[in-house]
Design a protein around this ligand. Structure first.
Ligand code: OOG
Ligand code: NI
Length: 466
């Protein structure tokens, strides 16, 4: 079939994220309140900072600035994970990164399904942080077998969703009508079901092993557990949440406030306690479950391996000192102090090889190249203003931050410690495909931009020589 007959993966992803947002706002009204607050803060940040506004107009679609950037789900079996990979592929989302959360006492390992090319990210960067439950970390053998048995019985995808995934794989795309049906059917998998599939006693046993185990095993499907819009000022939203009746997490995860933002900062409101019903011998039994919340994120420069090592080392120095406790606002202060050793201007970050940048020929560079032989040396070109360097935005997640988000939504006291035991091989086997290395993804984007600059210079030279 001719590709032009198909709806683009970017468009399907956009329809999907919009539909998910509508569904989640109707399911979790407090999330709607958070979205409103984010939109207000973004609007006032933009009107107070015309330079930022001009910058964003160049790189982003301002009308979509407040929209969701990610969501998260937790799966129970290898088969669910590999089918989820095929479902996300329809929307141009592929697995990037491996996160071992067992170190933080959460019995899951994860990846992020996301678009990887800059042109696709620019159209819609929506991604889904996807975790797979690690039944191997349940100590009680009988409980482990019982959980596996319960999970083996559920079917989380609709028949039509599965059929359309196959259509996509066979034809290489979906028509507009197929895409619409696909989105409706796919969203069914992430819907909330207040009817647990287990009885109250089973739920309690699973919950006692770990609250997350109960969350994954007791329900019909992997309900979306949060969505995350982008904020331009996370400190302002965090400060304003209590005034809107939103119970914010104690601290913002990730790096401190900086002139040049790096990586990812995120915070959330605490998961809500929701009414559910258990299956009972004599009919339904009422109960409650805590899983769903709202989150916000603010992203900055993607760091190189060297930059990331410095980030991890600085963050660990703060955590080792006294954890992420916020007594007297001291965590934010200690964090800021620890990060004084992290350069905070783009030029130094770039020259020291701490971050990834996208290079582009400037007007001045084009003019210079057409009048004389320009240097092909990148540093010379940047120094002379012939080439500009723009920060590449971090599109992935941070395991320490993710653990903090998990923890604050497990009621705080959930501190089981599993020995650190990443099982990337097992994860990849369950997924049925390798996960991309995030550093290689940024490296490739940076390299493509450098190659484009060189190609443009060579072309200008040739046409001025002719
Ligand atoms: C996922 C928590 C991690 C993030 O933004 O780091 C996450 C979950 O609770 O399932 O979404
Ligand atoms: Ni999240």
């Amino acid at each position: 079939m001719d590709q032009s007959a198909f709806t683009s993966a970017d468009e399907i992803r956009t329809r999907f994220s919009r539909t998910m947002s509508d569904m989640y706002r109707s399911e979790v009204p407090q999330y709607g309140t958070l979205m409103e607050l984010v939109a207000e803060v973004n609007a006032s940040t933009l009107s107070a900072d015309p330079a930022l506004k001009a910058d964003l107009e160049r790189t982003d679609d301002l009308s979509r600035i407040d929209l969701e950037r990610h969501g998260a789900i937790r799966l129970g079996t290898a088969e669910e994970l590999s089918t989820m990979r095929r479902l996300f592929a329809v929307m141009g989302m592929v697995p990037v990164g491996y996160y071992d959360l067992s170190v933080a006492g959460v019995p899951v390992h994860s990846t992020a399904f996301r678009p990887v090319r800059e042109e696709n990210l620019a159209r819609n960067p929506f991604r889904v942080f996807t975790s797979l439950l690690r039944l191997d970390l349940i100590e009680d053998e009988a409980l482990r077998a019982e959980a596996a048995e319960i999970l083996s019985r559920r079917r989380i995808f609709t028949d039509r969703a599965l059929a359309l995934i196959e259509t996509f794989e066979r034809n290489g795309g979906l028509t507009d009508a197929e895409a619409d049906t696909f989105v409706c059917e796919a969203v069914e998998t992430f819907r909330w079901h207040r009817e647990a599939t287990v009885d109250a006693a089973t739920y309690r046993r699973l919950n006692a092993a770990h609250r997350l185990i109960a969350d994954v095993v007791s329900f019909k499907g992997p309900h979306i557990n949060h969505l995350t819009p982008r904020t331009l000022d996370i400190d302002a939203v965090q400060a304003a949440m209590p005034g809107r009746g939103i119970a914010a997490k104690d601290v913002i995860e990730g790096p401190p406030t900086r002139r040049c933002p790096i990586l990812l900062r995120q915070t959330s409101f605490k998961a809500l306690e929701e009414a559910i019903v258990f299956r009972g011998e004599t009919g339904e039994e009422a109960g409650t479950h805590t899983a769903r919340f709202g989150e916000i994120e603010q992203r900055g420069l993607a760091l190189t391996r060297k930059g990331r090592a410095l980030y991890d080392e600085r963050l660990a120095s703060v955590r080792d000192e006294g954890g992420a406790g916020n007594a007297g606002g001291s965590y934010a202060e200690r964090l800021a102090t620890a990060f004084e050793a992290f350069p905070d201007d783009y030029d130094t970050l770039r020259r020291e090889g701490l971050g990834f940048f996208r290079y582009a020929l400037t007007r001045k560079g084009e003019d210079a190249a057409s009048t004389g032989p320009a240097s092909l040396d990148l540093e010379t070109l940047v120094r002379d203003g012939h080439v500009a360097a723009y920060p590449i935005v971090y599109e992935d997640f941070l395991p320490v931050s993710a653990a903090g988000i998990f923890q604050s939504n497990l009621g705080g006291q959930e501190q089981r410690s599993y020995a650190a035991n990443a099982r990337k091989d097992a994860f990849v086997a369950a997924l049925g495909a390798p996960v991309a290395d995030e550093f290689e993804v940024y490296e490739a984007a940076q390299a493509r931009s450098i190659e484009a600059v060189r190609a443009a210079l060579r072309q200008t030279r040739q046409s001025s020589a002719a």
